[in-house]
Design a protein around this ligand. Structure first.
Ligand code: MN
Length: 271
């Protein structure tokens, strides 16, 4: 019988419950506690933080310890924490994503959203992605995820409340990791306009790989240099620098006093 103090780890992703990455992640985390996989029943990449509010959500056990949800990554973590696990998890890990989640891409990522949902629910959470799409190095990404998970679980408060970690693992055998800020992706904003067999127009967004800006200190630069990048994402999106820039009045509407930024303005400080 396993000890009562065993950690409960919720694993999710946006590539779907049958993806290789989530199975490698679950296996790597297994020595750290009880791992439960709750993931979408199909690929949900770029689902962002969608929560399904307007349709029933079905859950099916696809293998021991793995549940498939016909919903989004956010649905999976929400249902896991509040219903399916039966106990509050000690950690949420999302991934291992097949492909990078760097810079501004985090706003579109379902992988990152699943981890952010865990953080919003007050559970320490991080996301892991393999940068190389052709030959993802699952082993190295899984090992780093397990090492990071062990560090987070070792002591309460290792990860500040309201902070999600976003990890990207480059190809090869990265020997080091680096703390990095988010970079910027130079999207080409391509849209293909096509015609279906019945003569009706349809559109296809994206498709072309686009580069990341060359900026020192960023996650994209770190993985380009061959390092694993770890980016702490704060969930309070308020820009306290921009606030004072507002004019004293806008037409007939006067500016009410602007509150100063609190010393610790992380969303988590209110949990
Ligand atoms: Mn994905």
């Amino acid at each position: 019988m396993k000890p009562e103090t065993e950690a409960l780890i919720l694993v999710s992703n946006d590539d779907g419950v049958h993806a290789v990455g989530i199975q490698r992640l679950a296996a790597a985390l297994a020595p750290l506690g009880r791992v439960v996989v709750i993931a979408p029943d199909r690929e949900q990449s770029a689902a962002s933080h969608k929560l399904s509010l307007h349709q029933p959500i079905r859950v099916t056990e696809v293998r021991p310890g793995a549940l498939a949800v016909d919903g989004t990554p956010t649905d999976c973590v929400y249902l896991g924490i509040h219903e399916l696990l039966g106990a509050r998890p000690d950690l949420v890990v999302s991934g291992i994503n097949h492909g990078p989640n760097l810079g501004t891409d985090v706003h579109y990522s379902g992988t990152v959203a699943a981890a952010v949902e865990g953080t919003l629910m007050g559970v320490p959470s991080f996301a892991v992605s393999c940068v190389a799409r052709r030959e993802p190095n699952w082993d190295h990404a899984a090992r780093f995820a397990a090492e990071l998970a062990a560090w987070v679980l070792a002591e309460p408060g290792r990860l500040p409340k309201g902070v999600t970690l976003n990890v990207n693992v480059p190809g090869g055998a990265p020997p080091r990791y680096r703390w990095a800020r988010l970079g910027h992706r130079l999207y080409d904003h391509s849209v293909e306009r096509r015609e279906d067999p019945r003569g009706r127009t349809y559109y296809w967004i994206g498709g072309n790989p686009s580069p990341h800006a060359d900026e020192p200190g960023t996650d994209s630069q770190a993985v380009r240099d061959g390092f694993i990048s770890v980016t702490p994402l704060g969930l309070d999106l308020t820009d306290f620098v921009a606030m004072p820039a507002a004019p004293g009045h806008l037409g007939s509407t006067e500016l009410e006093a602007t509150p100063p930024a609190p010393a610790d303005f992380r969303l988590g400080s209110r949990f």
